[in-house]
Design a protein around this ligand. Sequence first.
Ligand code: G3I
Length: 326
Amino acid sequence: VEIDQPLRDLAGRRLLVGTAVDHAALTADPVYRERIATEFSSVTAENVMKWESVEPERGVRDYRAADELVAEARRNGQRVRGHTLVWHNQLPSWLTTGVESGEIDATELRGILRQHILDEVRHFRGRIYQWDVVNEVIDDEGELRDSLWLRELGPGYIADAFRWAHQADPRTKLFLNDYNVEGLSPKSDAYHRLARELLAQRVPVHGFGAQGHYGVQYGFHSAAEVAQNFARFEALGLETAVTEADVRMPMPADTVKLQAQAQGYSVLLQGCLLSRRCTSFTVWGFTDKYSWVPGFFEGEGAANLLDESFAPKPAYREAQAVLALA
Ligand code: G3I
């Protein structure tokens, strides 16, 4: 097998290999742009499809940045994952302040959510193969997350969101998505129960996405455990996906940490490949030049497959090797 091939070529038809795309970098950095085109068969907007980006002012919808990203993907023959319709973060401030001040009551809020989902999913209709409909709706204890959505609308907002999304684009695959659900845990148990309940109510849920944010200092699951976890969701009839893989480390990086990082990526990729219906494997950024990690975890970084100069790290070589065998 020719190992020095782009990830998308090594994956072939077995699986879509994706990355999150930073829209600003896509516009400003030709090396970044070129590398996305050659390396990946799927892309996810890192921020520009989120509610604060697409409806910055109430009733003023702005899909320009997201449209550029989708157009670029089309030119590259790539599929697009939609991220994300319902989340507790990156909500427009008109919405959060409106709810907090009592100006927007529960009835109005439900209508606003419905309109947001119908509008955005319709806008991209036919161009998104998987949508993260609800993101991070269960907490680490396995309870429904205490969010604006749960407080104002009650637990039914989850089923509603899937039904509205399905109404707007009946062919796109609708996903639950969260972090800390790669392996077997109370949190992934809770997702399994939620998925089962939704399906029992004939709610159109089609997939379960595990984000895959790892850190070398915390250790990883085994590939077998990830596959066992995915298998129980697949047994319900769902697709699975790794949607936001990255493996951060305490800085500075060194060869030992970089080796451990390669293992973290390997586990997630192998876990997906060991699963019958794991249809996409997406990394949350591919170069350390643009990464959310240093801004969120003080003293941590170097979470991606390529370094700041786009040079391959051991994790990239590992991903190539795993895909070459698949
Ligand atoms: O766009 C503004 C810019 O105008 C401003 O000058 C700048 C100053 O801070 O901020 C910019 O917004 C930032 C935005 O990313 C776009 O770069 C926000 O501050 C920053 O908080 C935001 O972070 C994003 C984060 O979600 C927000 O929660 C990260 O880029 C993004 O990678 C991250 O992605 C999430 C997934 O959606 C869900 N799963 C976890 C994952 C990592 O947190």
